[in-house]
Design a protein around this ligand. Structure first.
Ligand code: SIN
Length: 314
């Protein structure tokens, strides 16, 4: 493996030693997987969706395997922002990597208050605290996708949040955004420092013997290899129309998948569903990226970001 390849990237002002992150909601609070591997090898850790008050989440069953993917209907179960700050951020600080907390809410005021409280806690994470504004969760009745489908609503939310924090702000988009370019431009203009895409797609499975939906929440979010080509296409499209860095995700399981997203314009990539089958996937992807850069004779992964995009002006 070449040892002189530089995998470092900067996203939203966060310095990442490599571009490989876990996707929110698939990595617990970010410190628990330390029992399995050295989490500090990742570019950053991403904490699951955090709301103002504790949420119990949706009724079970919450997960169902599908062809080339899975459906989840977690419903943003979490202990609330104060518990995340008090119990999880101090443990995450020990990892020495940037931490990105995924923020969700039912209303603009809720998002703003969660962000305000995380902003006050930023000093706990010397390697850098970033926020990923989740406007794309398909499993809740209020908030979530409501903001992710409407650029004007998303921009208003961003403006309100931006007013209470100078922390790096990443906005997580839905594949259900009717116009990803309009949405990307709206959140960029309203103050987003980076955009992550895509969250899951609404899907469902029906138990043919019970004649009922399988998931307790009826519908769920589809993720995994089944959605990868759609996610790559959205990154490729958006990268041609915004200037902020993109974090690509949707079905990444191997280093080859990660390279596709990077060539399509992603500065970093997030691994989600693949972690359930192979918790070591992110480390394998990091190693694979080093080898690929060596084979392509590039000294920095940054040279590959957007390398498959049409040349500007051509
Ligand atoms: C969930 O908690 O239901 C999933 C989170 C998300 O899709 O953003």
């Amino acid at each position: 493996m070449p040892d002189d390849v530089d995998l470092s990237v900067e996203v939203a002002g966060l310095r990442l030693k490599n571009p490989v992150l876990p996707a929110s909601g698939t990595f617990g609070y970010g410190h628990e997987p330390g029992a399995l591997f050295d989490v500090s090898r990742l570019g950053a850790v991403v904490v699951k969706g955090t709301t103002l008050r504790p949420r119990a989440g949706n009724p079970p069953p919450r997960i169902v395997e599908t062809t080339a993917g899975m459906l989840n209907s977690i419903g943003l179960e979490n202990p609330g922002v104060d518990a995340v700050v008090a119990e999880h951020l101090p443990l995450l600080a020990r990892l020495g990597v940037p931490v990105i907390v995924n923020v969700a809410g039912d209303t603009v005021d809720e998002y703003v208050e969660v962000v305000r409280r995380l902003d006050r806690a930023a000093g706990l994470i010397p390697a850098g605290l970033g926020l990923e504004l989740n406007i794309s969760c398909p499993n809740v009745e209020a908030g979530g996708l409501e903001f992710g489908r409407d650029p004007a609503l998303a921009a208003r939310l961003l403006g309100m949040v931006r007013a209470v924090t100078g922390l790096p702000l990443i906005v997580k988009l839905s594949p259900h955004s009717p116009d990803v370019v309009a949405m990307g431009r709206a959140v960029q203009d309203a103050g987003a420092d980076a955009i992550s895409l895509v969250n899951t797609m609404v899907g469902m499975a029906i138990d043919i013997w019970r004649r009922r939906p399988v998931l307790g929440g009826i519908t769920g979010g589809l993720s995994g290899p089944a959605i990868k080509p759609m996610a790559v296409a959205m990154v490729y499209e958006l990268a041609q129309h915004v200037d902020v860095p993109l974090i690509g995700m949707g079905g990444i399981a191997t280093w080859q998948d990660a390279v596709e997203f990077i060539l399509a314009g992603a500065s970093a990539v997030a691994v989600g569903s693949a972690l359930f089958a192979n918790p070591l996937a992110p480390l394998e992807i990091i190693d694979g990226l080093v080898d690929y850069c060596g084979a392509q004779k590039v000294s920095s992964v940054r040279e590959l970001i957007g390398a498959a995009l049409p040349r500007r002006g051509s």
